[in-house]
Design a protein around this ligand. Structure first.
Ligand code: S6P
Ligand code: ZN
Length: 188
């Protein structure tokens, strides 16, 4: 269903922060990310209410509508669980061929991309980088810097989010701090 577009939505281009009545927001804390990091014991020993990331989104049509676009921004805070950088849950799109754009606003990180056969690669993120995430590609972001990593996103309104495959099998690699630098560590 078309919802009347809201012209009072704006984005602060210096920070990525969106404002407007129709901007939705979710926060993911360490408690929400059980089973996501390699070192589950380390995650459990940290304050569970600690925010790991915050997502704002603008959804001018209903979720599932074919032909619309959604817009969002993610603020991924700096930190680590053991040697693994704070990261998003990661997902495939439910409709597998749906693509997405990410644009980095601030901070430094790694976009972890996994094909359906499990092959996994990284795109480095820094202010101004534009990332085209093709269909059939799971995506997750890790903050490898010491400041908040913020990135804009635009994706089709019927894409949907499939977190199940990632929750069960993870990605083909993890972004870990190895000798004081981020590296993609393959997972067996
Ligand atoms: C939506 C887009 C982003 C993520 C956000 C959080 O398709 O990729 O807005 O939802 O970065 O990541 P996740 O994996 O928890 O949804
Ligand atoms: Zn997505």
């Amino acid at each position: 269903m078309e919802i009347e577009p809201d012209c009072s939505i704006s984005v602060n281009l210096a920070s990525g922060l969106m404002s407007g009545r129709r901007v939705g927001e979710i926060v993911r804390t360490l408690a929400d990310l059980a089973g996501i990091f390699a070192d589950e014991q380390a995650r459990r020993s940290m304050p569970q209410e600690q925010p790991v990331y915050r997502v704002q989104s603008y959804t001018p049509v209903e979720e599932g509508v074919n032909g619309g676009l959604f817009w969002g921004v993610t603020f991924l805070y700096p930190g680590r669980v053991g040697d693994e950088y704070f990261m998003t849950k990661g997902h495939f799109h439910t409709i597998r061929n749906r693509a997405e754009y990410y644009v980095t606003v601030n901070g430094f990180g790694a976009l972890i991309l996994m094909e359906e056969d499990g092959s996994t690669r990284l795109d480095w993120m820094m202010p101004g980088t534009v990332h085209y995430i093709p269909g059939h590609t799971a995506h997750r972001v890790a903050n490898t810097g010491s400041t908040t990593l913020s990135f804009l996103a635009c994706w089709p309104s019927d894409a949907g989010h499939d977190y199940g495959v990632i929750a069960e099998h993870g990605f083909g690699g993890r972004v870990m701090c190895v000798n004081n630098a981020p590296a993609l560590v393959p997972q067996s």
